[in-house]
Design a protein around this ligand. Sequence first.
Ligand SMILES: [Zn+2]
Length: 339
Amino acid sequence: MDVLDRTDLAFPQSLPEFQQLFPDDAACAAYLERARWGDGFVCPHCSVVGEPFRIATRPGVLTCRACRRQTGLTVGTVMERRHTPLSTWFWAAYLVASQTQGMSAVQFQRQLGLTRYETAFGILHKLRAGMVRPDQDRIGARAGEHVEVDETYVGGRTRGEGRGVHHKTLVTAAVEVRHREPGTAQDKRKDGRYAGRVRLSTATDRSAASLCGFVESAVMPGALIVTDDWGGYASLRKRGYDHHAIAECGDPEVAEEFMPIIHLVFSNLKTWLNGIHHGVSAKHLQACLNEFTFRFNRRFYPFNAFRSLLGIAGGANAPTYAELYSGDWRHPTCSGCLH
Ligand SMILES: [Zn+2]
C-alpha cells in the first residue's frame, strides 16, 4: 500500500502533537521503520522476516538477527549519509512544509537550535530541492473532471523602475476542476467546483507552439480542456484534446462563470510571489512555480508534503537521495524563496 494512505502513520495537526509524536531520534527511527515495513522488518539482504537488533546509540541502523548485516533506515531518502540527528531532519521538514512564506537559513538555524550555519543551509537546500523538483505526471486523467488552461504575466517589479510590462514573465497554468459531493458545503459562486492538481510553467510567448506545447507536457491526452478563445489554443483539438474555447473571456463575469478555478490559482500565485522577499527574478521563477505547485497540490494533505520532503513518501513524487544528487538532476535554486 502507498505510504500516503497508511492510517497507522499519523499526521500531527499541531506543534505539540508533533513533539509528542517525534520526541527523539528513536521515535523518528521507529516511524521510518513503520513507513518502510508496515508488517514488520524484512531483511533486504537475506529476506528473513523478524525483529531486528536495534542499537540505542545508532537509531538509524537495524541489524538482522539471521545474517547480522545492517540496514540503514535513511537509505534512499534525503537524509541518507547525513550526520545530523533524525529528529532535526523531522523538525526541519515540518518547518519547511508548514511555513509557506519561506525562511532564511539563519532563521532556520535559530529555530532548529543548530550551532553551525552550514548545517542549516545544507538541510534547507536539500529539503527545498524536493519541493522545486517538478512533479512529472500529467494531470486531468480523472473521468468527470475537466482542466482549465490560461496564461498570465507575473513579477516585473524591479526596484526604481516601476512596473514596466517588459520585465514581466509569462506563466502558463493548467488546473484540474473537481466537483464537491452534493450535500457538502459549497461555494455557490463556484457551483461546487474546486481546484485539483495544478501545473505551472514559464513561457516564452503566447504562440500556439508555446501554449499547446505546455498543455501537451502538462495534461493527459483526451482530457476536456477549457480555455479562452485566443488563437494560440486553437490547435488543441488536433493535438488530441477535447477543447472548449470560451468567447468573451475578457469580461470578468464570463471568466468567473467559465474559468473560475484558474483565476483563483493565479490570484493565489501572485499573492504568494509578492509575499516572498522583493519578488522573484525571471531566472528563478520556474523554481518558485514548482514550489508553489508542490504546496498547492498538497494543501489538503500537509503531512504528504512533510513525507515527500524527507523522501519517505514512496511513489513517483518522492525524491530520493540518488535522484536528487545524481548528475542528471541539476539542483535548481531560487534566491527569492528560501535562501
Ligand atoms: Zn538478514
